[in-house]
Ligand binder design. Structure first.
Ligand code: 13P
Length: 250
């Protein structure tokens, strides 16, 4: 049985005070919940203060990307060891905004995945197609290519530290959510690819989150699908009550 995993991707939002207060409120609200894994991913600058606000909470602290190098002349970047130093245990990699706006290729995402695993970080690996790709019937191929490319040379043992997030690009920040059936179909396809590459037991143990306009009013039906094991939530994770309502559906 896969444990539901709900993560909030705060992207480049909030002030330090808002981020710290939101972290504290979420920690407070989930203090009794242990049957779901929860992570919040603030921007780099707030990791330290949000981590402090989380205190001893079971809510995990995550980052939104990393540089595959440990240290050196990489202006503006942050490394795996730095994220660990800041208290992170999770990192989102291969988000479509990173792929599209910062030209991240599957090969680069793969290097980042390996670096994150080396430092003991749990990876949320994002994959997803554009509207154009969906409309031309390429969804399975695009998502499959991203998955296989980003997971090149990853071992079956390492897969225990990886969660996949299926995020159709056309559903991100648009209010246009994939129907539970559309999402379930791709999640089942992803699980099939995991069976081919890593075997049945890894595929059955790997969690696949859905992301893209997840809100309190659509979370229940999405999370009820057999192959949807959690959610990667953007906008709705910026408000404690709406994030908590999604968690309660998990
Ligand atoms: P929204 O929930 O705002 O659509 O964002 C989804 C997302 O990109 C999470 O990583």
């Amino acid at each position: 049985m896969r444990k539901t995993f709900i993560a909030g991707n705060w992207k480049m939002n909030l002030t330090k005070q808002q981020a710290t207060e939101l972290g504290a409120s979420i920690a407070d609200a989930v203090s009794q919940t242990n049957d779901i894994d929860i992570a919040i991913c603030p921007s780099f600058g707030y990791l330290d203060s949000v981590g402090t606000a989380l205190g001893e909470s079971t809510v995990k602290l995550g980052a939104q990307t990393l540089n595959a190098n440990d240290a050196g002349a990489f202006t503006g970047e942050i490394s795996g060891p730095m994220l660990c130093d800041l208290g992170c245990s999770v990192v989102i990699l291969g988000h479509s905004e990173r792929r599209e706006l910062f030209a991240e290729t599957d090969q680069l995402v793969n290097e980042k995945v390996k670096a994150a695993l080396t430092h003991g970080l749990h990876v949320i690996l994002c994959v997803g197609e554009t509207l154009e790709q969906r409309e031309s019937g390429q969804t399975n191929d695009i998502v499959g290519g991203q998955l296989v490319g980003s997971l090149a040379n990853i071992t079956t043992q390492q897969m225990a530290s990886i969660t996949i997030a299926y995020e159709p690009i056309w559903a991100i920040g648009t209010g246009k959510v994939a129907t539970p059936q559309q999402a379930e179909q791709i999640h089942a396809h992803i699980r099939g690819l995991l069976v081919n590459h890593f075997g049945d037991s890894v595929a059955q143990a790997t969690r696949i989150q859905y992301g893209g306009s997840v809100k309190p009013d659509n979370a229940q039906e999405l999370l009820a699908q057999p192959n949807i094991d959690g959610a990667l939530v953007g906008g709705a994770s910026l408000d404690c009550e709406s994030f908590m309502q999604i968690i309660r559906h998990g």
